[in-house]
Design a protein around this ligand. Structure first.
Ligand code: NAP
Length: 266
């Protein structure tokens, strides 16, 4: 029987490519969107409604998903968006919205699925983080906060779910050509003193967007993680991954070994 995979945010960008790639490889894919009716006729897999910002939508979704399928094998948390702008210029409400969708929305969906994974004693949770969840970046403080939060949260979950045979992995892409910039939100009011820095950041971002890579690479990486029995936690994708990230990676590796040693002793 082919595995059932649920992927959030499958209407665009990475999500759409990942869903198509998995479908092509024989998996039974269910995708989500806030407006599934807009895309259903254009994709070969089932789309269902999910709005990460709405408690009611998440409840309806979690009731519906297990009517569609008797067993879920893999959850891919992909849906998210970008608030870009200087931190001090960004109204806290907008920052809160960033965390509400990218962090809390993802956690609520995961919590809706976890009882089923625990009951069946297997499952896999793959979450699309970001390189900005490992190192921070100016003009994206709240986005960085949301992605750092996901990193910390899912790392803890990886330890907690090990005994239930549920694996937890992150995908950390650098810059890829999707619709993320077009779908981003920025604060309206600007503080003049930041104009010089803003100019430099805009130049850097234009260059980054121009050189952004083909998002198919991320879909291929996700397929590999789906096919791997015990995938590693961090899966960095993209050419702009600096020495700094590798060093952090190395340090985390040592830390992780020590934590596991302590846990095994107790
Ligand atoms: N592009 C990059 O360079 C890059 C790099 C690192 C990480 N990422 C991460 O990759 C993931 C996908 O982004 P993308 O680049 O593919 O952007 P995208 O093309 O804008 O796609 C975003 C997807 O998320 C869904 N979504 C957005 N807000 C939602 C909400 N409140 N509730 C439910 N679904 C929502 C959208 O679905 P609907 O609008 O149909 O509801 C859409 O399918 C995000 O988590 C992003 O942070 C992207």
């Amino acid at each position: 029987m082919s595995k059932n995979i649920l992927i959030t945010g499958a209407s665009s960008g990475f999500g759409l490519l990942i869903a198509n790639e998995l479908h092509r490889n024989g998996y039974n894919v269910i995708g989500t969107s806030r407006n599934p009716e807009k895309i259903q006729s254009t994709v070969p897999f089932k789309m269902i409604a999910l709005n990460l910002d709405s408690e009611q939508s998440i409840n309806t979704f979690s009731e519906r998903i297990f009517k569609e399928i008797s067993q879920l094998d893999i959850l891919i948390n992909n849906a998210g968006f970008l608030v870009s702008g200087i931190a001090e210029e960004t109204p806290v409400e907008l920052g809160r919205q960033q965390l509400e969708t990218n962090f809390w929305g993802t956690i609520k969906v995961t919590n809706a699925i976890l009882p089923h994974f625990r009951k069946q004693k297997f499952g896999k949770i793959i979450t699309i983080g970001s390189i900005i969840g490992l190192v921070s970046f100016p003009n994206a403080a709240y986005y960085a906060a949301s992605k750092h939060a996901l990193e910390g949260y899912f790392k803890a979950l990886r330890y907690e779910l090990d005994e239930f045979n549920i694996s937890v992995a992150m995908i950390e892409p650098s810059a890829f050509k999707t619709n993320i910039m077009d779908n981003s939100t920025s604060p309206f009011n600007k503080i003049e003193e930041y104009n010089s820095l803003r100019g430099k950041i805009e130049k850097f971002t234009d260059e980054l967007v121009k050189n952004a890579e083909d998002p198919k690479i991320v879909a291929e990486k996700v397929l590999k993680v789906v096919q791997t029995d015990n995938p590693k936690f961090r899966n960095i994708v993209g050419k702009d991954t600096s020495v700094l990230i590798n060093l952090q990676h190395f340090a985390y590796g040592i830390l992780e070994k020590n934590v596991l040693k302590q846990l095994n002793k107790s």
